[in-house]
Design a protein around this ligand. Structure first.
Ligand code: G3P
Length: 223
């Protein structure tokens, strides 16, 4: 049995993953992770980080942080604050929360100072190569046109995954590559691993499923 994949579940701003529903969704992640031995990270909205982190033992990540320090930055989200709320990592530059390259760099540096693990999202191989130079822990390649489509990137565009893995491994061998967009089934995860990804980043296939826990069990079942 090869190395188990990492599953990162982004709750986005879906009502099915908000408030008390965020706690419920995170508990499903915790139960399936405990039963399968597959690491699952819950990624709720910022205001829900504390209540989720108090309710589960699995890692809880923020969906975004700003590369600002303590002080007069109204409306920003600091690495220190999400850390103190119980997050142990964060997404950066998600397709739905795009940053300039300089902002990605300052967000990674800020995350590092607060000992947050970083997953930097990218939309193509060139951007993957660019952000890999900042040596985040993870890069997550997600073609925007497949996000929410239910068409898994690992099958619809395998070359973007393969290309991202080889590009990253050329310059930063320690950076792991995840892939996302349209992932919902265990065989989508198996296909991603075949392409050299270390795991997947996903949302609607689980969050909006009729039975999210059953969807999670299927997701980790075929690995
Ligand atoms: O963060 C993961 C997300 O962008 C993928 O969305 O709904 O296609 O799994 P979805």
């Amino acid at each position: 049995m090869g190395k188990k994949p990492l599953i990162v579940l982004n709750f986005k701003t879906y009502t099915e993953g908000m408030g008390e529903n965020a706690v419920k969704m995170a508990k499903y992640c915790e139960e399936v992770s405990a039963d399968s031995g597959v690491k699952i990270i819950a990624v709720p909205q910022a205001p829900d980080i504390y209540r989720v982190a108090c309710s589960v033992k699995i890692p809880v990540f923020a969906q975004h942080i700003d590369g600002v320090v303590a002080g007069s930055h109204t409306g920003h989200i600091t690495a220190d604050c999400v850390r103190s709320a119980g997050a142990t990592g964060t997404l950066i530059n998600h397709s739905e929360r795009r940053l300039l390259l300089a902002d990605i760099d300052s967000a990674i540096q800020s995350a590092r100072r607060s000992e947050l693990i970083t997953i930097v999202c990218t939309n193509n191989v060139a951007v993957t190569l660019a952000v890999a130079t900042f040596a985040p822990e993870f890069v997550a390649i997600e073609p925007p046109e497949l996000i929410g489509s239910g068409i898994p990137v690992s099958k619809a565009d395998p070359d973007i995954v393969r290309g991202s893995v080889s590009a990253v491994k050329r310059i930063q061998p320690d950076v792991e590559v995840l892939c996302g967009a349209g992932i919902s089934r265990g065989d989508d995860v198996a296909a991603a691993l075949e392409l050299g990804a270390a795991g997947v980043l996903l949302a609607s296939g689980i969050i909006r499923a009729k039975d999210p826990k059953a969807a999670l069990i299927d997701l980790v079942g075929n690995i």
